[in-house]
Design a protein around this ligand. Structure first.
Ligand SMILES: Nc1nc2c(c(=O)[nH]1)N[C@H]1C(S)=C(S)[C@@H](COP(=O)(O)OP(=O)(O)OC[C@H]3O[C@@H](n4cnc5c(=O)[nH]c(N)nc54)[C@H](O)[C@@H]3O)O[C@H]1N2
Ligand SMILES: Nc1nc2c(c(=O)[nH]1)N[C@H]1C(S)=C(S)[C@@H](COP(=O)(O)OP(=O)(O)OC[C@H]3O[C@@H](n4cnc5c(=O)[nH]c(N)nc54)[C@H](O)[C@@H]3O)O[C@H]1N2
Ligand code: SF4
Ligand SMILES: [Mo]
Length: 886
């Protein structure tokens, strides 16, 4: 990139798909900002997008191919992959090999991986982490619409008079879309927002009504709504007759429960339920946004159809401000669906079960073989590794040892599988431990291609950094293996642009309006046009209207062109038991992305919530004997983890919440998918990641610890430890079951990295506290604070010491005294990542009279950049108002 010029690219995190401008100043410094011209975000970025620069450094990057953990050349590594796959196929057939890929691949990467497996190897054993994410939405769309179509656009959320958010924590997971919604509501306060989530998340901040339904109550809730609509004259009769089928059966099934029975089943009062039903019935312009509280369930597909049923009954699909809206999680979840990355799909929204479609794709690809039936879905795929049916697997851009349910079984499967290839950008992932061959992929900022966001908008990711080490784009790696397997002609692409052109051509191949996914208008793009391609919403047929809403004509992709109602059993399976009496809910935190291989590199993002935790209602905690900040063991029939307890009345009683982000790289034992059993939705195969039966007990720690360190510590020998990046180094929380160790030796092992470093120690026998600090010259190398109770030292103050100068012995001694030096206020828990403003500073601003988010922003800057923390600031203001009133 030339100095002074900006490269327009797309954020690599969530499915909102925000445009990002990368720019190098005349002096050579790189900066990133939101792209004001991108239609998804108009210049906005959330906390994760705003911190992208902190995540692109080369530390902990996988930069060279490795075989058996040793550096190898590309030729050697690719030959080994190609020959092992070819030999396995020759000996055991095409279904003995598999790919497990990801919604974080670019469309071009994804397209060639799918083409190689389905069209050349001749098996459909390619599945993706989208199985864990969007597959229930895909199955629900296909049942209702006859195709996997998201009908709406982001603008619909702004045009709606009612937005219903179901199982979506939009404020934290789709922050820029949330901000667009919040801005629309600020402009039109009469717009109503309803949140349906067992937890009172930060998203509840903009909700007029929050329905804290019991886990999995959604099918019953929306079945009750369908009944209500029918009984109160709210059904669009003409539309139902002309554009749908199956209404009578769906209504009959929905009638299984009365309003009172529904309310009792899902744990709400009939009056709250009625308030929602009446609002939905009378509000024409309604959008229902749904996400993982819907998809990740053993009834996920039914939940999707329960929602769509209500939109079909009212004719609210594909019109401005109306429609069911599945928001996608990963940056290219939609692109993956377009290329057919799921084991039960073919490319370009063609159907693998359909022989005409199969023949179509085979002719287009001119391949030797085409997969003749659906392949193994993720859970079955790993089962097949375990029982030896699949003997070689290639994992790309996903970390299944953390993110799949029942990770112990996944580890065993990878252990058993004779040949495991992993393509990743990070050298520190839990899955890499199982790799026979590790392939260094080009990361965001280094690679080129396209992604499709939740509203079907295709945007370019453009490179603005050179390829580091020997890293290569994923498509390049796949194509080179394909060539070495004997498929040179079909995989001879010279660029991502060439792959995109073929993908676009396939979408239009013998289509003639029969399939929703048609981007034939982009098939002719040459390299220059592809390079310049502006964000474009599909469909983009060679002729005719581009983008916009789908199904506005009331015609669908089923054989009779009518949308289908689905008859559903209104149940809510409660799965707690006597031994495991709590429902374990899992999901996301604001500032981390999945398994933290990227956001874990950012000090700013790592401060918001610096430890793995479990949220539990104070009443449940009291009953079980758990206090705030205790270390607790959460267990299910599958396994156990150790995390910090956060008492919160945002949590419903009887349910606990654990975030998904912490891996073995960042904590002793906090992978939540150790706990989640491999129970799946029967239609989609998507795991029920949010509803395991669990129990929780206090971990009786005899000793607690907290440390700050200049260098990343290794081999932490503590029962509990959690590591987070901070400015100047690392911070570590510790807990030990026993206090019979040689603590000075422990401190020396972890702090004294250089022989000339000087150790100071202080033991307060009466208070049961020990403190150690290690200095090299006038800089702190590390400090360790131990206590019989959770360590009370100010985390902020301790972190700040890593950057401080200690010229006098007095200053050095102050560290082991463990008290903030005078003049250094403690910021408290991080709230605003952009300006590093903590809860204590916000509390002080409130005490000084700030009564609104704006006033706090004016005083402290908090919330004035990306805005991701505005909901939390508002919650702090409300809490203090509540306390004042008490
Ligand atoms: N900060 C951040 N943002 C992200 C990601 C990230 O890792 N970090 N990941 C991205 C990805 S891939 C995805 S898929 C999306 C996910 O985005 P979301 O789906 O919004 O996020 P989750 O936290 O997984 O779950 C959403 C909510 O579902 C609720 N829930 C649980 N069970 C039920 C139920 O039975 N019914 C209902 N109605 N609700 C229930 C949970 O309490 C939770 O608040 O986020 C994307 N954005
Ligand atoms: N219990 C529970 N489990 C869940 C969920 C939940 O809510 N609860 N959510 C599920 C959902 S919705 C999702 S999407 C998954 C996410 O789970 P994963 O996909 O396992 O999580 P990531 O950390 O995003 O993994 C991406 C990997 O790809 C690497 N990578 C990044 N960029 C590239 C690239 O360009 N090329 C290559 N080759 N590699 C790259 C990263 O370093 C990282 O190792 O987790 C699922 N698991
Ligand atoms: S909302 Fe945030 S994470 Fe999602 S695409 Fe935009 S900047 Fe990236
Ligand atoms: Mo996801």
């Amino acid at each position: 990139m030339a100095n002074g010029s900006a490269v327009a690219t797309t954020c690599p995190y969530c499915g909102v798909g925000c445009g990002v401008l990368a720019e190098r100043s005349a002096g050579g410094a790189l900066s990133l900002r939101g792209d004001p011209d991108h239609p998804a975000n108009s210049g906005r970025l959330c906390s994760k997008g705003a911190a992208l620069l902190e995540t692109i450094g080369l530390e902990e990057r996988l930069l060279y191919p490795e075989i058996g953990g040793r550096r190898a050349g590309w030729d050697q590594a690719l030959d080994l992959v190609a020959s092992t796959f070819s030999r396995t196929i020759a000996e055991h057939g095409p279904d003995s090999v598999a790919f497990y890929v990801s919604g974080q691949l670019l469309t071009e990467d994804y397209y060639v991986a799918n083409k190689l497996m389905k069209g050349f190897i001749g098996s459909a054993n390619i599945d993706t982490n989208s199985r864990l994410c969007m597959s229930s939405a895909v199955a629900g769309h296909r049942r209702a619409f006859g195709a996997d179509t998201v009908p709406g656009t982001y603008e619909d959320l702004e045009l709606a008079d009612l937005v219903v958010l179901v199982g979506s924590n939009l404020a934290w997971c789709h922050p820029v879309l949330y901000q667009r919604l919040a801005a629309a509501k600020a402009k039109r306060p009469e717009m109503q927002i309803v949140l349906i989530d067992p937890r009172r998340t930060m998203t509840a901040d903009i909700a007029d009504l929050h329905l804290a339904i019991r886990a999995d109550g959604d099918v019953a809730l929306f079945s009750g709504l369908l009944t209500f609509l029918a009984d109160h004259g709210a059904v669009a009769r003409d539309y139902v007759v002309s554009s749908t089928s199956g209404f009578a059966q769906a209504l009959a099934a929905a009638r299984a429960l009365s309003l009172d029975e529904t309310a009792a089943l899902i744990g709400l009062s009939p009056s709250r339920l009625l308030a929602f039903y009446q609002l939905f019935a009378r509000t024409e312009k309604t959008v229902t946004v749904f996400s993982q509280g819907v998809n990740q369930s053993s009834a996920g597909t039914d939940k999707v159809n329960a929602i769509i049923n209500c939109h079909l009954a009212t004719g609210r699909v594909g019109r401005p401000g109306m429609g069911p809206f599945s928001v996608t999680g990963q940056p290219n979840a939609m692109g993956g669906r377009e290329v057919g990355g799921l084991a039960n799909m073919l490319a370009a929204h063609l159907e693998i079960e359909n022989p005409v479609d199969r023949d179509r794709v085979r002719r287009f690809w001119r391949g030797p073989a085409i997969a003749s039936r659906p392949g193994l879905k993720a859970i079955d795929l790993f089962q097949a590794l375990a029982d030896g049916r699949v003997k070689a697997i290639w994992i790309m851009a996903t970390n299944p040892v953390v993110s799949m349910p029942d990770v112990a079984a996944v580890e065993e499967a990878l252990e058993t599988c004779p040949f495991v290839v992993v393509s990743d950008v990070s050298s520190k992932t839990d899955t890499l431990r199982f790799a026979d061959v590790a392939l260094p992929a080009a990361a965001w900022g280094e690679k080129d291609g396209t992604v499709t966001n939740s509203e079907r908008r295709i945007s370019r990711q453009r490179a603005f950094l050179p390829l580091p080490g020997e890293a290569r784009p994923d498509w390049w790696i796949v194509c080179d293996v394909a060539r070495r397997m004997g498929f040179a002609e079909a995989f001879s692409y010279v660029s991502a642009a060439a792959i995109f052109a073929e993908h676009a051509a396939l979408s239009a191949f013998e289509n003639r309006g029969a399939r929703d996914f048609d981007i034939g208008g982009l098939a002719g793009l040459d390299e220059t046009q592809y390079e310049a391609m502006a964000p474009t919403q599909w469909p983009v047929p060679a002729e005719g209207a581009v983008g916009g809403r789908l199904f506005s004509d009331g015609r669908y992709f089923t054989p009779d062109r009518k949308a289908r109602f689905v008859a559903l059993r209104p149940t809510a399976e409660a799965r707690a038991s006597r031994d495991f009496p709590l429902i374990l809910n899992t999901g996301r935190a604001r500032d981390h992305w999945h398994t933290m291989t990227r956001t874990g590199k950012s000090a700013r993002l790592s401060q918001h919530l610096a430890e793995p935790y479990v949220e539990i209602h104070p009443a449940d905690a009291r009953r079980i004997g758990i206090a705030d900040a205790d270390i607790v063991r959460v267990s299910t029939s599958n396994g156990a983890i150790l995390v910090r307890a956060l008492l919160s009345n945002r949590q419903s009683r009887g349910a606990i919440f654990v975030p998904i982000h912490w891996t073995d790289q960042f904590a002793a034992a906090a992978r939540v998918d150790r706990l989640v059993p491999a129970c799946v939705d029967p239609h989609s195969g998507q795991p029920a990641s949010k509803h395991a039966a669990a129990r929780i007990e206090r971990f009786a720690a005899a000793q607690y610890g907290f440390a700050v360190l200049r260098e990343r510590p290794s081999a932490l020998d503590a029962d509990y430890w959690a590591l987070a990046r901070c400015v100047g180094g690392w911070r570590v929380e510790l807990a030990f079951a026993r206090d019979d160790r040689d603590w000075p030796a422990f401190a020396a092992r972890h702090l004294q990295k250089r022989p000339d470093a000087q150790m100071l120690a202080y033991h307060d026998v009466g208070a049961g506290q020990q403190r150690f600090a290690c200095f090299a010259g006038d800089r702190l190398v590390g400090a360790l604070f131990l206590a019989a109770e959770p360590v009370a030292v100010s985390r902020d103050w301790a972190v700040d010491q890593l950057g401080a100068e200690f010229s006098s012995r007095g200053a050095r001694l102050a560290i082991v005294a463990g008290r903030p030096a005078r003049g250094l206020a403690d910021r408290g828990r991080s709230i605003c990542s952009c300006f590093a403003v903590g809860a204590n500073q916000i509390a002080a601003a409130i005490a000084a009279g700030c009564a609104s988010v704006e006033e706090i922003g004016a005083k402290t800057q908090a919330g004035t950049n990306c805005g991701s923390c505005r909901a939390e600031i508002k919650a702090l203001i409300e809490r203090s108002a509540l306390q004042a009133a008490e």
